[in-house]
Design a protein around this ligand. Structure first.
Ligand code: ADP
Ligand code: MG
Length: 267
């Protein structure tokens, strides 16, 4: 029997226009999507194609100009504080610049402790500490060394790992990862990806992986969406999109990735 994938998040006709009139920027145009439990979907496109705008709407950090979003088959509402808290305990994001996501006055310890609040967990001091320590071990950080530090005292790679430690503690159903490795060195990059894959496997988390790197998207994802000027111009399994691209923009992206080109013997 074929298992029917469980759809967690659905978007219908999602649009975002920044500003008004002639000066308005139509950053996301009539985007539809369905993301199933446990899958990794990459959204690939050049800078300015609307990826971050889409990510922020999925997170509910930016209001869509038009369109509907359904989370677990119900129209998403984020009007009430309690609704937002519930949504953010199940849908989380990590962004390209981990420093911009946080209040710089919070120490690492508070950033991690906030995860328990978000989930509405009432834990003893000892339980909180044990869990924070466990999360730091998972991301390879020394909790005792970092707990009293502020974000500006950490490197980009360390900060991104704090972000992942938060995901470990929150364990959301969906993680939106918006170019999470583009500002860190190559060595940390591989580790970060590895951690995300491990989290996904352990929690059956859905990952929406946003990148401008088609080669990377191919290696990590089940499905790939190609985004150009606010439109999803092509979508399908990673193999189909890369081996049999139909849209000229996808073909152009593929020709920009020399290794893929050779591996598939195409074009
Ligand atoms: P990407 O993440 O793919 O680089 P963005 O979503 O950041 O793309 O941007 C898509 C388009 O929307 C770009 O033309 C960008 O200049 C514009 N844009 C993004 N944020 C804003 C904003 N706050 N105000 C006006 N225009 C914006
Ligand atoms: Mg972006």
């Amino acid at each position: 029997m074929k298992l029917v994938p469980k759809i967690l998040l659905e978007g219908k006709n999602i649009n975002k226009v920044y500003g008004h009139g002639k000066k308005g920027v139509h950053a996301v145009k009539d985007v539809d999507f369905k993301f199933a439990e446990g899958e990794i979907v990459s959204i690939v496109g050049e800078s300015g194609s609307g990826k971050t705008t889409l990510a922020k709407m999925i997170m509910g950090l930016l209001k869509e100009t038009d369109g509907e979003l359904y989370f677990k088959n119900q129209a998403r509402s984020l009007k009430k504080f309690s609704e937002r808290r519930q949504y953010w305990s199940e849908v989380q994001a990590i962004f390209q610049d981990p420093f911009s996501s946080f209040n710089e006055f919070y120490k690492v310890e508070s950033l991690l402790k906030n995860c328990f609040k978000l989930r509405g967990l009432k834990l003893s001091k000892q339980e909180m500490e044990d869990r924070m320590r466990e999360a730091c071990i998972f991301v390879n950080l020394d909790f005792d060394e970092l707990r009293k530090k502020h974000p500006f005292e950490l490197s980009g790679g360390q900060m991104q790992r704090v972000m992942i430690a938060r995901i470990f503690l929150i364990h959301p159903r969906i993680l939106v990862a918006d170019e999470p490795t583009s500002m860190i060195d190559a060595c940390s990059r591989a580790t970060i990806l590895d951690m995300l894959m491990k989290l996904r496997k352990e929690n059956n988390m859905t990952i929406i992986f946003i990148t401008h790197d088609l080669g990377l998207a191919y290696y990590v994802s089940d499905r790939v969406f190609i985004m150009e000027h606010g439109n999803i111009v092509e979508r399908g399994t990673a193999e189909t999109v890369i081996a049999h691209p139909t849209h000229p923009y996808t073909k152009q992206l593929i020709s920009d990735v020399p290794k893929l080109h050779e591996a598939w013997d195409i074009g």
